[in-house]
Ligand binder design. Structure first.
Ligand SMILES: [Zn+2]
Length: 261
């Protein structure tokens, strides 16, 4: 799994650049935490050189990355000193077409676009002999997310929607540059399996007593018993429950009547 060390510049007693009511160390940390959160949807491990407002020397930072055996190091900064817009750096000793340059280009294209879309200039893809770029044993880049002493730049840095777009762009750039795969979406719990659909079962016949016409039953019984005729009036009288149908009770009554005659 690709291991990404996110390095929010400055911290603690070192505020970094300050201007327009902002401190660089706060912006760097806020952005780093947002990027780390967004990287969770990719198959990668992340770590941060600092995840709170603490001071960390430059050697502390590179040592952390090297000890952890990070596969990539990204350092987040905000610049100062005049000018405007976004720029990023790789180590000065590296070729323009190497692995580190290619990853940086992927990140740069996503991030610089967010700035230029907002009307701020891209200061380009640069190289510099910086400690965190030189002393890290893995590909590394450092970004300067605009200039804290530029009122227009800081207007964007104070804009939550813009800051969100910036974090999204850094994440997307890292994913593209490092070839990160999305994690599988954790499936929601499966619904219980449906019982196999059965063909509708014929209703079991209601266990009603078999019924026959009283007249038919009488005729049948008369044939057996060989007794006298019964008038329709008498037959009606033998219909115990009065529904014209014979039940066991009817039959018993009829037989008693016939045999008893
Ligand atoms: Zn800085």
């Amino acid at each position: 799994m690709t291991k990404i060390m996110i390095d929010p510049g400055h911290g603690g007693r070192d505020p970094g650049a300050c201007g327009n009511g902002l401190r660089e160390k706060d912006l760097n940390l806020k952005l780093a935490l947002m990027v780390r959160e967004r990287l969770k949807k990719y198959k990668c491990d992340t770590a941060m050189t600092r995840s709170s407002d603490v001071f960390l020397s430059l050697p502390d930072r590179t040592k952390k990355a090297n000890t952890w055996k990070a596969n990539y190091f990204i350092s987040l900064h905000v610049n100062a000193g005049g000018g405007a817009g976004y720029e990023d750096y790789i180590y000065s000793g590296l070729p323009d077409t190497g692995h580190t340059a290619k990853i940086r280009s992927a990140v740069h294209s996503k991030v610089a676009k967010v700035w230029t879309d907002a009307g701020r200039p891209s200061r380009g893809k640069k190289k510099k002999n910086l400690h965190v770029l030189r002393e890290t044993s893995m590909p590394a880049m450092l970004m300067e997310n605009s200039l804290i002493d530029n009122a227009e730049d800081t207007r964007l840095l104070k804009d939550a929607n813009f800051f969100n777009r910036l974090a999204e762009a850094i994440t997307a750039g890292l994913a593209a540059g490092l070839g990160l795969q999305l994690r599988e979406v954790i499936p929601s719990p499966a619904p219980p399996p449906k019982p196999p659909t059965k063909p509708p079962q014929p209703k079991p016949p209601t266990a009603k007593p078999s019924k026959y016409n009283v007249a038919d039953a009488i005729r049948a019984m008369q044939a057996v018993v060989g007794k006298v005729q019964l008038s329709a009036e008498e037959a009606k009288h033998l219909d115990a429950n009065g529904d014209g149908k014979i039940t066991v009770q009817d039959a018993i009554l009829i037989l008693q009547k016939i045999v008893g005659k």
